[in-house]
Design a protein around this ligand. Structure first.
Ligand code: TRP
Length: 344
């Protein structure tokens, strides 16, 4: 019976399968220009060559104990921002983690294949437990992350450098499961895209631009209006001197040049050349124009998607259905090997 089912589903699936990408963001607060440049822009491009699965990991966000209203809002915000950035729900799977119970279910199973010792080495737990308290949820956060990835049999996981350790753990867990139950889980490769220089705070160029900065002028959000962007660039700190040129002793203007380079794609040399003899004022004016040209369309699409509740709900519902189908296939395969009784 099961044999027949398996053969049938194999024949149904297309012969040339694209490699699978999985990635995710926590709905913890508004997304920034840094999120776009470091992740979303790249996720959009990957849709051309991969079978992409993009998740909003609301269960992970519980480790920071958010307010209910904030979590609800930000979960929808992040989903809408995926789409506003160019992720096409008709081509890629877009869904919310908690809508697929298999994430929590597989996470439990995987916790039985994880060692205290290896989880103890996770540096993010050490950093975050100072802030949020050392809950067991925070401790097993990387196991839930492994479940996210392994459920979809992902081949590649694009993440920032800070997630490398979690990915290594996911690989180790997958290999351990496969050691006992051969050919069960795909061992994912980490894929760290080459991001240009890091984007720093507009108010303190020695600090990374962060969504949780207490100074709202320090960060450009993808939801900012044209006026807000212009205001933030106008008020951005600059270095003493007047030259629009990169340099270690000019961290503020270097950061603004990075933003200009990101927004226009122009080389640093070409930009510097064009602003020879001009001052910070002219440069800031043009930088603001370039950033508005990049962000305004995203922000406009975001608000349109976010304001059409029924349409967004529909996308997430369809996403959840397909994600449940794919995730349950993996979960059932492993349950069966483990000896979990299936009801007829
Ligand atoms: N831990 C990731 C972060 O904070 C978010 C995340 C959860 C994730 N599950 C994932 C990223 C699976 C990639 C794959 O950024």
């Amino acid at each position: 019976m099961n044999q027949e089912l398996q053969t049938a589903s194999k024949q149904d699936s297309p012969t040339e399968k694209r490699p699978i990408i999985f990635s995710a963001m926590q709905p913890t607060s508004g997304l920034t220009l840094g999120n776009y440049v470091g992740a979303l822009k790249n996720w959009v491009e990957l849709q051309k060559d991969y079978d992409c699965v993009y998740c909003v990991v609301d269960l992970h966000a519980l480790t920071a104990r958010p307010e209910a209203a904030a979590l609800r809002k930000q979960t929808l915000d992040v989903a809408a921002m995926y789409i506003a950035s160019g992720i096409d729900p008709a081509r890629s799977l877009v869904f919310v983690q908690s809508h697929v119970p298999a994430h929590a279910q597989l996470s439990w199973v995987l916790s039985c294949f994880s060692q205290l010792g290896e989880l103890n080495k996770m540096t993010q737990f050490k950093e975050k437990s100072d802030k949020h308290g050392a809950t067991t949820g925070l401790f097993t956060y990387p196991v839930l992350q492994a479940a996210d990835i392994l459920l979809y049999q992902a081949n590649l996981v694009p993440v920032g450098e800070d997630q490398k350790q979690h990915l290594e753990l996911s690989r180790n867990i997958a290999e351990r499961v496969n050691h006992y139950y051969a050919n069960t889980l795909t061992v994912p490769e980490v894929f760290i895209p080459k991001v240009g220089a890091r984007i720093m705070s507009l108010q303190d160029p020695t600090k990374k631009m962060s969504k949780s900065d207490e100074n709202p002028k320090a960060t450009i959000f993808l939801t900012d209006s044209a006026d807000e962007i212009r205001g933030k660039i106008k008020r951005a700190v600059t270095d003493s001197g007047t030259e629009v040129r990169r340099g270690e002793e000019r961290p503020a203007i270097t950061n603004l040049l990075t933003l200009y380079h990101i927004a226009t794609g122009e080389s640093f040399e070409a930009i510097e050349e064009r602003f020879v003899g001009k001052g910070y004022g002219d440069f800031k004016q043009e930088l603001a124009d370039a950033l508005v040209a990049l962000i305004e369309p995203i922000s406009t699409r975001f608000h349109a998607i976010r304001n059409d509740k029924a349409a967004l709900n529909d996308i997430l519902k369809k996403g959840a259905e397909e994600a449940n189908r794919r995730a349950n296939r993996t979960l059932r395969k492993l349950y069966k090997k483990l000896g979990i009784v299936e009801l007829e």
